[in-house]
Design a protein around this ligand. Sequence first.
Ligand SMILES: [Zn+2]
Ligand SMILES: [Zn+2]
Length: 264
Amino acid sequence: MKTITTNLHTHTERCNHAVGADRDFVEAAIEAGVKILGFSDHVPMPYRNHFQSHIRMRVNELPDYTSSILSLKEEYRDRIEILLGYEAEYDPDLFPEMLKELSQYPFDYLIFGAHFVDNEYTGFYSGTETDEEAHLAAYVENVLAGLSTGVFTYLAHPDLIHYNGPDDIYEEHMRRICLATKEQGIPLEINLNGFLYDRHYPCDRFFRLTKECGNTIVVGYDAHNPALFSDAETLKKAEALIKRLDLSVTYEIPIIDPHHPKLP
Ligand SMILES: [Zn+2]
Ligand SMILES: [Zn+2]
């Protein structure tokens, strides 16, 4: 596997489940050979019902996040290109409002991580193990609806849904994601954070499908700790997957301008 020169999947302490100063992520990325580093912390959501999420920054933290990343961008500009983004959900009720909140500040891109179908308080976490085809189908519907907004640069951990049922049912539903992203030219991510914790993703049965459908594949650190950038064991697991399935990986990732959506 080549050096990951572009990494668009980086978190910060603001999400409450990452550790390390913003600057430490930058230093660690430079050390690892990253040339373009995108911060994409979990997007804040403008909840109307006083729900408070413990896994994302609050809307009122947007100014601090923005100014911190922009000042690092300036400070490090001779050593690395820093981009400012978010890993966003597709909550159909809140999506337009969320974009409006974000757009009060500058940002470069969005990646799509479908952690919750369809929202965080009444929906379900995609990574919960399930044998229900309805959950798999709902996850795919949420992903397809999110993709149709045209704002996303790529789909993070597309295989986050933890369906443990038969391959043929899994493939029938997940193929829809592969075909839609292929059609739109949206890459799918091999997620290194999943390998770090030996989670159920990245999984072979999904990436076999991407190969069959001819998808573009990228690698994302999904760093919640600067140490991930120097974790050779995790990189080895990704390398083994790529080799096992003979995947072709793209190391240059075209950014989609979220202010000018690329409609499918
Ligand atoms: Zn996270
Ligand atoms: Zn992430």
